[in-house]
Design a protein around this ligand. Structure first.
Ligand code: ADP
Length: 405
C-alpha cells in the first residue's frame, strides 16, 4: 500500500511517502515557515532528486496542496494521480487516555482529539489542521492517527499517578502520559527481530535521545514506565528542557525573579537543559566539541545528561527485575559513541558494558559477545511504523467492507 505519512507542526509539515510492501520511502520532505513570508518546501525523491520551492504558503491546506503538486510533477514526482495515495497516516501527539493503539480517523476520533487540545495545546491543533486539510484534498483516502502517547497508556497506576490528590487526576486528567511512543515501540520491535526472540519474552530499556529525550521500560512488549510525564518536560535532561526538578525550585524562581506562568514555562522548556547549564548550545555535537576544549559548564551539561540516563537504567532494571537489552536511539543515541560510552561506564555490576570498537560502528549490538545485557544502537523510524500501522488498519477496513457485502 502507498501511504503518505504526515507530521504537522504549527508552522511546518514533515512528510514521507511510503510503499509498505517494500517498506521503502519513495519521497520525503519538509514544508517550513507555513503562514510566514517565504515559506519553503524541500522535497527529496528516492533516487536522490531534490527540489526546493519558495512561496507564499498561508496554511496547512495550501502546504499539503504544494506537497501533492511536487509529488505529481513530471520532473520530480512519484505518482501519476492523487488516487495513488491510498491512505494517510498522521503522527498525533496526544491521544489522552482514550487511545492505546493507532486508529482510523472518523468523527468520534476527531472529537476526542479536540477534547485533548488542553493536554497538548501546541501540538494537537496543527495535527487536527493537517487531518482536516487531507479530508478536503484527498477525500477518498482513509486517514489514520498514530499517537505518541498510545504505547504508554497502559502503564500501571503506580507508574502513571502523581503524588497529588487523586481527585485532581480525575478532574483534570493529570497523570503521566509519556511521549515518543512510536519510537520506543519501533526500536522494541526491531530489537526483538535482531535478537531473534518475540518481544513478549523480552525486558528492554529504550532510550530515545534527540532534542527531546525519553526512556521507557518495556516489559514483554509493553511500556510499563517512561520518563516523560504529563508533558514532555519531565525526566531526562534535554536540549532546552530541564527534565526532573523539585517543583519548589520553580515557585522559588518565580517569586525571586517575578516571573509569570508563561515566563516560567519558557524558562524550563526553552532555556534550560544542555543550553541552560552550558550557556553554549542545546546541540550535543557542539557540547561535545566544547567539552574537548575543556569548557567547564559544557562538561557539567554532558555529565548531567549521561548521569540521569544511567540512573534511569538502574531504576528500570529494578522495576522489571533486570533487562535483556538496552537500546540507544534518536539523533544522540544513534550517533554519539561518547554519550553511549559515558552512560554505560562502570555498569558491569548490572551486566552492562560496551565493546569500544563496536561502539564506533553502525552495528546493532555494541556490547561484547556473551554479555548479560545486549547494548544496542538502533536507528529509529517513526514514519515507517506510522505507515505500517496505517496500512494494517486500512487493509482491515477493506476486508470488513468486503465481508459485509
Ligand atoms: P529531534 O528530537 O528534533 O528529532 P534528533 O533526533 O535529530 O532531534 O536529535 C538531535 C540531536 O542529535 C542534537 O542534539 C544533535 O547534536 C544530536 N546529534 C546528531 N548527530 C550527532 C553526533 N554525531 N554526535 C553527537 N550528537 C549528535
Amino acid at each position: 500500500m502507498k501511504v503518505l505519512v504526515l507530521n504537522c507542526g504549527s508552522s511546518s509539515i514533515k512528510y514521507q511517502f511510503y510503499d509498505t510492501e517494500t517498506q521503502t520511502a519513495l519521497a520525503k520532505g519538509l514544508v517550513e515557515r507555513i503562514g510566514m513570508s517565504s515559506a519553503v518546501l524541500s522535497h527529496t525523491r528516492y533516487d536522490g532528486d531534490e527540489i526546493k520551492i519558495v512561496g507564499e504558503i498561508l496554511d496547512h491546506t495550501i502546504a499539503i496542496e504544494y506537497v501533492l503538486g511536487v509529488m505529481l510533477s513530471k520532473n520530480h514526482g512519484v505518482i501519476d494521480d492523487k488516487k495513488d495515495i491510498e491512505a494517510v497516516g498522521h503522527r498525533v501527539v496526544h491521544g489522552g487516555e482514550t487511545f492505546s493503539a493507532s486508529v482510523l480517523i472518523n468523527d468520534i476520533v476527531m472529537q476526542v482529539l479536540q477534547d485533548n487540545i488542553e493536554l497538548a495545546p501546541l501540538h494537537n491543533p496543527p495535527n487536527i489542521k493537517g487531518i482536516q486539510a487531507c479530508k478536503r484534498i484527498l477525500p477518498d483516502a482513509p486517514q489514520c492517527a498514530v499517537f505518541d502517547t498510545a504505547f504508554h497508556v497502559k502503564m500501571p497506576p503506580k507508574a502513571f499517578l502523581y503524588g497529588i490528590p487523586y481527585e485532581l487526576y480525575k478532574k483534570y486528567k493529570i497523570r503521566r502520559y509519556g511521549f515518543h511512543g512510536t519510537s520506543h515501540l519501533y526500536v522494541t520491535n526491531k530489537a526483538a527481530e535482531v535478537l531473534g526472540k518475540p518481544k513478549e519474552e523480552l525486558k528492554i530499556i529504550t532510550m530515545h535521545l534527540g532534542n527531546g529525550c525519553s526512556m521507557a521500560a518495556v516489559n514483554n512488549g509493553r511500556s510499563v514506565d517512561t520518563t516523560m510525564g504529563f508533558t514532555p518536560l519531565e525526566g531526562l535532561l534535554m536540549g532546552t528542557r530541564c527534565g526532573d526538578i523539585d517543583t519548589s525550585v520553580i515557585l522559588y524562581i518565580m517569586g525571586k525573579e517575578g516571573l509569570s506562568l508563561s515566563e516560567a514555562q519558557t524558562l524550563l522548556n526553552k532555556h534550560s537543559g544542555l543550553i541552560g547549564i552550558s550557556g553554549e548550545s542545546s546541540d550535543m555535537r557542539e557540547i561535545i566539541a566544547s567539552v574537548k576544549e575543556t569548557h567547564k559548564r559544557s562538561q557539567y551539561a554532558f555529565d548531567i545528561f549521561c548521569y540521569r540516563i544511567k540512573k534511569y537504567i538502574g531504576a528500570y532494571m529494578a522495576a522489571m527485575n533486570g533487562a535483556d537489552a538496552i537500546i540507544f536511539t534518536g539523533g544522540i543515541g544513534e550517533n554519539s559513541p561518547d554519550v553511549r560510552e559515558e552512560v554505560c561506564r562502570d555498569m558491569d555490576f548490572l551486566g552492562i558494558s560496551i565493546d569500544p570498537d563496536k561502539n564506533k560502528t553502525k552495528e546493532f549490538i555494541i556490547s561484547p559477545q556473551g554479555s548479560k545485557v545486549a547494548v544496542m544502537r538502533i536507528p529509529t523510524n517513526e514514519e515507517l511504523l506510522i505507515a505500517m500501522d496505517t496500512s494494517v488498519i486500512v487493509e482491515e477496513l477493506f476486508i470488513n467492507k468486503d465481508s459485509s457485502k
